[in-house]
Design a protein around this ligand. Structure first.
Ligand SMILES: [Zn+2]
Length: 626
């Protein structure tokens, strides 16, 4: 995923810790965010048959699971579910047919959902589960026609990471387990269904879609979207899928995709997923992007018109190696997905858009992290956090992204580009289509990099990055002459020594604006705000990253002239990182909080359940960092 919002020091909600055994070098102990028992039995393939009801906001049908039994004594299959209505479970291996299998749904845990326990008088090789989803499934967002760009047809899309896949499919919902899948999806005619699988751009809109994903994936990469979706090819193996109103702009913005794929292949070996397509969702999509294999899901807020925000696409593409190919075995190891991906993203941006842009994007992120670390608790600064009793999504702060990629930049600096590139390529090959832990990475790092060139980086230094708070003092930081020049101008502007017009910001790139706005004091004078706005028309800007930062500053400065446009931004966009901090900032004063609550009441029906949850936390705890 891309740039998530820090979710919570969520209250401990009665999580049953299934095991406290530590992972050893080759196997992970059970995932505390799943009831599954993959040490006893594993799902190896899934065949879905689902019918969508836009009236009821429900998917219904069946999931057929192929099972590989590892423990001869096991007589139970435990699956993860959340809000699913289970109608029937059958063993499909019997001829004549066996009687239906007995099952029970445990009392739901607020975070983990309900374990589905299926009794197995014999170890079935294949079972079918007939079920339907709940209208408030956490992993699905249902949009009315009015919430889409076209306003004519409804839309539904999934977001399974981290553990919401269980709200639309009964599964072993842990990244430890990988499986292939096929699916049959029945939709109203005229709509298109797409999945994280082999999408056919020329498929008739006949309401009858079939998919296959032959490569084995973890459950959080299962994805489905259905709506009025048009297609435009943008490269020899890539197309953009989007609402007809958005598809042309998206295709133009993302037309460097083949260059990005070729660049990454040169560095880290072949792209192994056949097609790389992009689905642009309605603006309520809660994240920047989601790396669903073969079909990245993306927010329309990265369509700035000048390609300045397409690093989100570089990020999701990079996941085709880091994350989708080599996968974190549990959510505490999410830096293996996100830190590596953020590092690879930087390499793609550098190759396609130049070193200046890559360096500036990293500096913006590093500055943000340093700001956060100034007040964050030590436990919140760890690359490999203890998630015991915590929500799986708590792992998705910017620590695994920024600190993780910073660690890899540090290694690259110590060993040199060429050596480190060869090491990473070997790493992706070695662990391809496997789910691994931090310990497994460290063993591989030691054997294949540290020990081969002794004296460059010690295990103590590695462990400081992985297991100590803060950022090691010798962490490398790129420099940017544009940013340095801006530091000077910004100080003079803040001190009232130069006018806004003298900043000469008309030619600034998005990253320069991000840096400038991030480093201003949280409160400017009304005259300074008005001068900036008059000179650069920031209120109402179509660049969502600049808009969000400007509105945050407007709230801090009490610059109410920006509020109508800010309200429109908050109603239109549901991407968490671009709206939640505004609620948080507003909630710091009683007047602001009243406004935030008013806007939220209006915006809520259009927000994804994950965005709603984050906004509600922000309103309860004003001043949350992000
Ligand atoms: Zn990501």
């Amino acid at each position: 995923m891309n740039l998530l919002v820090r979710t919570a020091a969520a209250g401990v909600l009665g999580l049953a810790i299934m095991t406290s055994a530590h992972a050893n070098a080759s196997t992970e102990s059970r995932d505390p965010h799943s009831y599954a028992q993959p040490d006893k039995v594993r799902v190896t393939a899934l065949d879905l048959d689902l019918t969508v009801s836009f009236d009821k906001h429900v998917l219904s049908g069946s999931a057929v699971l192929d099972l590989e039994w590892l423990d001869p004594a096991a007589r139970e299959l435990v699956l993860d579910t959340s809000g699913l209505k289970i109608e029937r479970v059958e063993d499909m291996s019997g001829k004549p047919k066996y009687p239906p299998l007995e099952f029970q749904l445990d009392k739901p845990d607020p975070m983990l959902g309900s374990a589905l326990r299926i009794k197995m008088p014999r170890q079935a090789k294949r079972v079918v589960i007939a079920y339907s989803t709940s209208p408030d499934a956490a992993g699905l967002q249902w949009l009315d026609p009015s919430q889409t760009a076209g306003k004519k047809h409804p839309f539904v899309y999934s977001q399974s990471e981290s553990i919401a896949g269980r709200s639309w499919i009964p599964l072993q919902d842990t990244p430890q387990v990988r499986f292939s899948y096929t699916a049959h999806v029945t939709t109203p005619k005229a709509l298109r269904a797409v999945m994280s699988a082999n999408n056919d751009a020329k498929h008739a809109l006949d309401g009858d879609f079939r998919f296959a994903m032959p490569q084995k994936i973890p459950s959080y990469l299962l994805a489905l979207a259905i709506g009025d979706i048009a297609v435009k090819e943008i490269g020899p193996r890539s197309a953009v899928y989007a609402e007809p109103e958005t598809v042309a702009a998206a295709a133009k913005e993302f037309d460097d995709i083949e260059k990005m794929i070729v660049t990454t292949e040169k560095l880290y070996g072949p792209y192994r997923w056949d097609r790389y397509d992009i689905l642009v969702l309605p603006p309520s999509f809660p994240f920047g992007g989601m790396e669903n294999p073969r079909l990245t899901f993306a927010t329309p807020t990265i369509i700035a018109g000048d390609k300045s925000l397409v690093s989100v696409i570089a990020h999701e593409l990079a996941h085709s190696w880091s994350g989708n190919l080599v996968t974190n075995a549990a959510w505490k190891h999410v830096w293996l997905n996100e830190g590596f991906t953020t590092y690879v993203q930087g390499r793609i941006v550098e190759a396609v858009y130049g070193k200046q842009q890559a360096d500036e994007e990293f500096l913006v992120a590093a500055n943000e992290l340093k700001k956060e670390f100034a007040t964050a608790k030590p436990a919140e600064q760890l690359l490999v956090p203890d998630l015991t009793g915590k929500d799986a999504d708590d792992s998705l702060s910017d620590v695994p992204y920024t600190k993780g990629s910073w660690f890899l930049q540090y290694l690259e600096g110590k060993f040199g580009h060429d050596t480190f590139d060869a090491f990473l390529r070997g790493y992706f090959d070695h662990f391809a289509f496997q789910s691994i832990t931090t310990d497994q990475f460290v063993d591989y790092l030691k054997a294949n990099l540290l020990d081969k060139t002794p004296g460059k980086v010690s295990m103590d230094e590695v462990n400081a990055w992985l297991h100590q708070p803060g950022i090691p003092a010798d962490a490398p930081l790129p420099s940017s002459s544009a940013f340095a020049a801006q530091d000077e101008l910004r100080e003079q502007f803040v001190a009232g020594k130069i006018d806004a017009a003298k900043l000469d910001a008309k030619s600034w790139r998005t990253q320069e604006w991000q840096y400038f706005l991030d480093r201003l004091p949280p409160k400017l004078s009304p005259a300074q705000m008005k001068a900036l706005d008059d000179a650069y028309h920031l209120t109402g800007t179509h660049n969502a990253e600049i808009a969000f930062r400007w509105y945050r500053l407007a709230i801090g400065s009490g610059y109410e002239a920006a509020y109508p446009a800010m309200r429109e931004h908050m109603l239109r966009i549901g991407r968490r990182i671009l709206v939640v901090p505004l609620y948080s900032e507003l909630a710091k004063t009683p007047k602001g909080k009243a406004l935030a609550e008013k806007i939220y009441a209006e915006a809520k029906p259009g927000y994804h359940p994950m965005t709603r949850a984050a906004v509600e936390k922000a309103l309860q705890e004003p001043g949350r960092r992000r």
